[in-house]
Design a protein around this ligand. Structure first.
Ligand code: ADP
Ligand code: MG
Length: 473
């Protein structure tokens, strides 16, 4: 099959998540001469492919069909709503169609704070829903990086066309503090600003569950369900907390089906991928997979710096660049913690009227990271350098003439001399009992190499920075 062969080429060139999202849902329709027709789920899908993958598609088609090979997209008539599945999910089985339109939903007593105006305007039969969003979470201040590109872009696409993309539901998953709530709310805020008439609602899973408990108590489950069925964009945060809550899941299942069937947008967040959600019914999990599951990963150093920089600008304060770098270097796995350090740093500096500098940053950061060496040790330098040159640390102590071991050893000595206050004698002892003249010789050799080899010089400064930044002071 020509398309299968194309897919094989494509697969090698994109990451698995993108492949699953953008290429698996495509169906080959026909092949006529040099022209291959493929069916994509909708227009949005087609636009995305054209925008992001046109070169790759061209390349693979040419490879399979020759220079004159062409690709034609077929977009099925909209209207009959198919579950825009990216996975292999079978066709959706829907429960009964939505309630009669004249039967306007009645807000129940379950949660009055969601309803701005509890009166139903006759004829319009719409109520205004308070979205419960935090307006500070926007796309503008949600920094893009490799760690979140897919999720962020899917979010942007949804905000342009809620319910009208292949991403329904959108499941944003990832570890704590990586931006799930921010991103989910940014989508909500963007929809609110673009579409005045759309009812957007953000709710945490706990709140959702509590509302259900209340509704059951008050005998108003129908009102509850009706209320939720009016929502155009429903955001439920941290769905892992629905685990084990059978009744809640049952009601949610019903709401989900109704919304999805009516082309309403559903956005969910979770601390793990849908398939790993334990204690959640299979039929729900399979529905979560209909749309797109996009993960948020730990941001790289540059992205962390960009995020922190944005936050600092928002606060209207200034922090020296080296301090910024230092914080980002040490707080890696959690953006909330990154912000925590910054806030605490600013608070400290105000309280004790001290400038924000490296020293203060180190003090503050000590409260956030658990293991700290207070001193740069020769061992630590050896470890980092050995790691960099990919040689076992103990090789630095022995006699070897292997070039990269020799360089690693000499460089470790050089850095130990430069960065610790150990004597030449002590340093020598740390390298399998060499004497001080060997250390002097090594330092000289490294200096010479740095003078003649720019790349080596860069390596040295990079390692030096790494050692400095690693809080070993
Ligand atoms: P989660 O819900 O995944 O635990 P949050 O959405 O609460 O994480 O994010 C934690 C903090 O990190 C928030 O203050 C959020 O604004 C910030 N944050 C996360 N990702 C980004 C990003 N890409 N750009 C800017 N800020 C971010
Ligand atoms: Mg959250």
């Amino acid at each position: 099959m020509v398309w299968d062969d194309c897919l094989r080429i494509i697969k090698k060139n994109v990451n698995p998540q993108s492949f699953k999202t953008w290429f698996e849902p495509i169906k080959p329709v026909q092949l006529e001469g040099d022209v291959l027709t493929i069916q994509v789920p909708n227009k949005f899908f087609f636009e995305w492919l054209e925008e992001h993958y046109v070169q790759l598609l061209k390349k693979s088609i040419r490879q399979e069909l020759g220079e004159r090979g062409r690709l034609v997209y077929h977009i099925p008539e909209q209207g009959v709503k198919e579950p825009a599945a990216t996975s292999t999910s079978s066709r959706a089985v829907y429960s009964k169609p939505s309630a009669d339109k004249d039967n306007a939903p009645v807000p129940g007593a379950f949660d009055a704070d969601m309803i701005k105006n509890p009166f139903i305007i006759p004829g319009i039969k719409r109520i205004k829903v308070e979205p419960q969003l935090n307006p500070t979470y926007t796309f503008e201040n949600f920094i893009e990086g490799d760690c979140n590109r897919l999720a962020r872009n899917a979010g942007l696409a949804i905000a342009k066309k809620p319910g009208g993309t292949a991403f329904n539901p959108l499941v944003i998953f990832g570890d704590v503090g990586l931006g799930k709530t921010h991103l989910a709310q940014a989508i909500g805020n963007d929809v609110v600003s673009k579409f005045e008439s759309k009812a957007v609602l953000y709710v945490s899973s706990e709140k959702f569950t509590n509302q259900i408990i209340q509704a059951i108590k008050n005998n108003s489950v129908n009102d509850f369900v009706n209320f939720y069925q009016m929502i155009d964009v429903l955001i439920i945060d941290d769905i892992q907390f629905l685990a084990g809550k059978q009744k809640t899941q049952e009601i949610f299942f019903h709401i989900f089906n109704q919304l999805h069937q009516n082309g309403k947008q559903i956005i969910l967040t979770s601390d793990r991928p849908p398939k790993d959600l334990e204690g959640i019914e299979d039929r729900l999990i399979s529905r979560f997979k209909w749309g797109l599951s996009a993960d948020l990963q730990v941001p790289d150093l540059e992205t962390r710096m960009a995020i922190l920089d944005t936050k600092i600008n928002e606060e209207g304060v200034e922090i020296p660049q080296d301090v910024l770098e230092f914080i980002c270097y040490n707080i890696k796995n959690n953006i909330r913690e990154l912000e925590g350090v910054m806030i605490s740093l600013l608070a400290q500096s105000t309280l004790i009227r001290r400038d924000v500098d490296m020293e203060l940053a180190k003090e503050v950061i000590r409260n956030f990271v658990t293991t700290i060496n207070r001193e740069i040790t020769v061992e630590f330098i050896q470890q980092l350098v050995a790691e960099h040159f990919n040689v076992p640390v103990d090789k630095l102590h022995h006699e070897t003439r292997k070039r990269n071991v020799v360089i690693a050893r000499q460089l470790s000595m050089y850095l130990a001399k430069k960065m610790t206050n150990k004597s030449l004698k002590t340093i020598g002892e740390n390298f399998g009992g060499r004497d001080h003249s060997t250390v002097i010789y090594s330092c000289k050799a490294v200096q010479d190499m740095m003078d003649t080899d720019m790349i080596f010089k860069d390596t040295v400064s990079e390692l030096e920075k790494k050692i400095k930044m690693s809080l070993n002071e």
